[in-house]
Design a protein around this ligand. Structure first.
Ligand code: PLP
Length: 379
């Protein structure tokens, strides 16, 4: 099997699994317990918190563990809205966010809030001056993703953060795809809240975190126990948190090497697609792009058919975004960047991981060339 769908999820690193295992049988104590047995779990959890904080230039006390990216996004948006409703009911986001953000914003709209969805240009980038124009007296939150899960476009986060800071508006960013692919610094980039998810970077599924800048008032999303300084109720997913911390440490240590490896493979793939397969087009910015993302249209080809053929050859890629592969609706991201409807169906997303090899890229290219030609001949 050749795996090219790292934006959907990643395999758990073996070292992560090793680190997690004791927390199921030997060290299964509840971290809230005061006896020694529980304390071991607590200590390892705090080590993970410290590691994650360091990786984004935050303080340990500013990291809160969640069940993943979806919960972190929901928490940041819903509770900012609730807490600041006396101040205003206007939120700014972009039209290409993940559904964890878009559907949360839609929920707020149904409950008396107003949401501005900023457009993006043909590369998938928002305009900071349009953002500035959209800001109103009653704007309480700007939530713009760090990098897009379908086309890999990386937004001008620092400029957005500076503007939000200047205007005194809270800035949340969904960094689920960007974490450990981009160098994130919450201080330099003026980020108030940031979401990430463990399974996108070699950690386990069902665990993530929300960074909340010290002093930001964000009530708990869940009602229940006093965990996470009364801000996130529920017994902690200790093994998951420990595993995510380990994955973060591995990712941080190998950042430069992985980044270079991914860029080399990504650029080779993009160049080969453009030169070896006629009538193909890369979606999204070529410069401001995640290191492992290739999103490509093959004109007059049914992407789903191509995906199934590749699957039969043992190659995993995604059509559009895997986050919504069960939905039949057309990708809102490709629509937003102006891809004509007749071409949207011919899109596949190939997302690389550092463990992929150039030989696997060769195999992918050989298969793609043959299948695209066959599908076109039979179209
Ligand atoms: N945000 C983005 C940009 C994503 O790509 C995803 C998942 O693919 C999520 C949020 C949701 O994360 P999770 O699956 O951990 O809830």
């Amino acid at each position: 099997m050749i795996y090219f769908d790292h934006a959907a999820t990643t395999g758990t690193y073996p070292e992560v699994l090793l680190e997690m295992t004791p927390f199921f049988r030997e060290l299964y104590g509840n971290p809230s317990s005061i006896y020694e047995f529980g304390k071991a779990a607590k200590e390892m959890m705090e080590r993970a918190r410290k590691q994650i904080a360091r990786s984004i230039g935050a303080k340990k006390e500013e990291i809160y563990f969640t069940s993943g990216g979806t919960e972190a996004d929901n928490w940041a948006i819903l509770k900012t809205a609730e807490k600041n409703r006396e101040k205003g009911k206007h939120i700014i986001t972009s039209g290409i966010e993940h559904h964890a953000v878009l559907r949360t914003c839609a929920f707020l709209e149904r409950n008396g809030y107003e949401v501005t969805y900023l457009p993006v240009d043909e590369n998938g980038l928002i305009s900071v001056s349009e953002l500035e124009q959209a800001i109103r007296e009653d704007t309480i939150l700007i939530t713009i993703m760090y990098a897009n899960n379908e086309i890999g476009t990386v937004q001008p986060v620092r400029e957005i953060g500076e503007l939000a800071g200047k205007k005194g508006i809270l800035f949340h960013t969904d960094a689920v795809q960007a974490y450990l692919h981009e160098k994130i610094d919450v201080e330099k980039e003026h980020i108030d809240m940031l979401s990430a998810s463990g399974h996108k970077f070699g950690g386990p599924k069902g665990v993530g975190f929300l960074y909340i800048r010290e002093g930001t008032e964000l009530p708990s999303l869940l009602r229940g126990g006093d965990q996470e300084k009364k801000r996130r109720a529920g017994t902690e997913n200790v093994a998951g948190i420990v595993g995510m911390g380990k994955a973060s440490a591995i990712g941080e240590k190998n950042f430069e090497e992985n980044h270079e490896t991914l860029l080399r493979m990504r650029n080779t793939l993009i160049e080969r697609l453009q030169t070896e397969i006629p009538d193909s087009r890369i979606n999204g910015s070529l410069e401001k792009r995640l290191d492992g993302n290739v999103n490509v249209i093959f004109k007059v080809v049914e992407g789903e058919a191509l995906l199934l053929l590749l699957d039969m050859a043992g190659i995993c890629v995604s059509s559009g975004s895997a986050c919504n592969s069960s939905s039949k609706s057309t990708s809102h991201v490709l629509q937003a960047i102006g891809v004509p409807p007749e071409y949207i169906r011919g899109t596949i997303r190939i997302t690389l991981g550092a463990e992929n090899t150039m030989e696997e890229i060769d195999t992918l290219m050989e298969n793609l060339k043959g299948y695209v030609q066959n599908l076109r001949e039979n179209a």
